[in-house]
Every structure is written in structure tokens, then in C-alpha cells.
Design a protein around this ligand. Sequence first.
Ligand code: PAF
Length: 285
Amino acid sequence: MPALETITTLSALRPATATLRESGSLALVPTMGALHEGHLTLVREARRAADHVAVSIFVNPRQFGANEDLDAYPRQLARDSALLANEGVALLWAPPPSEVYPDGYATNISVAGASDGLCGADRPGHFDGVATVVCKLFNQVRPDLAFFGEKDWQQLAVIRRMARDLDLVLPHADAIYGVPIAREADGLAMSSRNAYLSTEQRSIAAALPRAMREAIARLSIGNAAEPVLADLARHLIDSGFDTVDYAELRHGDNLVPATAVAPGTRLFVAARIGGTRLIDNMAAD
Ligand code: PAF
């Protein structure tokens, strides 16, 4: 297995990706690091689909709100690169913020529609930050394919819309793949933020996927969404969650709200325990 090459400057990235592309296709898995099994699932999918895999690790300041956890976000580059080397990743792109947003940087990408509501309502500007950095990562690495986790379903919708609207070539919108959510044994969706939970909070967190499955069971026998979603939110609070930011049924492809289950609908929930915000989504059709 060839050694993992870690690159931190654009001038070194260009020749390294060009060399990889000479001997086959290149897939990119964009991440913010603090890698867990969910990220490694993306990497394995990428390895199956492409000859070479690049992973980016960049904690993107533009997608964090003023009161969010940018400084506290876990940074573990040595540990992450050991994990990636073990997965046969060819290239780790780990630029410092000054390489991505040099002095005078002024451009923002804003994707209307897909960015509205759900996490977009609770985190103003978040998806502009995501779309902007992902577009830059695509242009920097120029991968044939890119892989994202379906846990961030809305993010994936924003990125696909952006790729279509801007006529991106590498990767083409059709070569942006979503990978199903990796879950812990009790059903909790894997997330770097799970590391913030105390033991007690971690056991409360398991109520989220359980309550979502129960809600989907009620929806699937024909109950209207509104009362089921209100019960779901109440149930989460009773289980120890502090707040429920949203519990919504939407069409998975265009994120338009739905009043009852139909082909392609999904249940989306964001809820907080202490300072930790957990999100999840599941097919509800
Ligand atoms: O999902 C993430 O980790 C980030 O939002 C991404 C896509 C790497 C952009 O910073």
C-alpha cells in the first residue's frame, strides 16, 4: 500500500493530485477531522469506487456561527492521519486557514432553497460557509468523485445544487455520492460531536433514533405528520433532551415540507443535550 502523503500548501497539492490522476480516478472525502467510523465508511466507499482517495481535513471557520464551537472543535491530525494511512488513503489535504482564505478573500457561495429551514434556520450562514468551502476544496483537489455522509442530508442537497448550478466539472454533480448513516450499536448516528457527551448525556442521546423510529412507525400507518412530530419533540424532552430545534417531515430530494408520508419523505430532527446539538434523519416512506 503506498504511503499517505500529507499536503498543506496549494503549490504542493497541484503536482500531487496531477500525479495521482495520471494513474487513475481520484475520489475526495471532505472532512473537518476528528475522524470516526462514519468517516472511515465514506473512505471505504470512495476506495471501492476510485483508484485513489484523497481526504481533506479543514475545520472551516466560515461554517461556524459566532456562538458556535469553532475553537473547541476537536483537532487530532496525528491520530486522523494514522487512521487514513491504515485505510489506504493516498493523499491528506490539510491546509491552514490562511491557505484557504488568504488576506483579501471576499467570495461567498449562497444556495437558496436547499439552505433554508432545518439547520439553515438554526444556523444562519452555515450552509453558505459549507457551499463556499466545498466548492473551493473541489477546485483545489479536482476529484472525479466526492463522498459525503447522509447524516448531513441537507448539506448534501446544498452541495449537489451548488455543483449543478455552477456547472462544476470535477466532480460533476452526478458524481457526488451520499453514504448511508453509520450508527452506534444503540442506533445513535455517529458524529464528531458525540465526543462532547458525558456518560449520562450519551445514554439520553440514544432516545433520539428510538423516538424517530417510533414516529416513523406511526406515520407509516397513515397518521398526519403534525401531531406525530409534536409527540416526538415532547418525548425527547421527557427523555432528557434540553431543546428540540426541529422535528420535520420533508421530501428527501427537494426538502419541501410534507404533511404525511409519501414516497421519498424523510424525518429530520435536531435536538440539544446541554451544549451539544445532535442531528439525525431517516427514510419515512
Ligand atoms: O461535513 C463536514 O464535515 C463539513 O461540513 C464539510 C463538508 C467537510 C465542509 O467543511
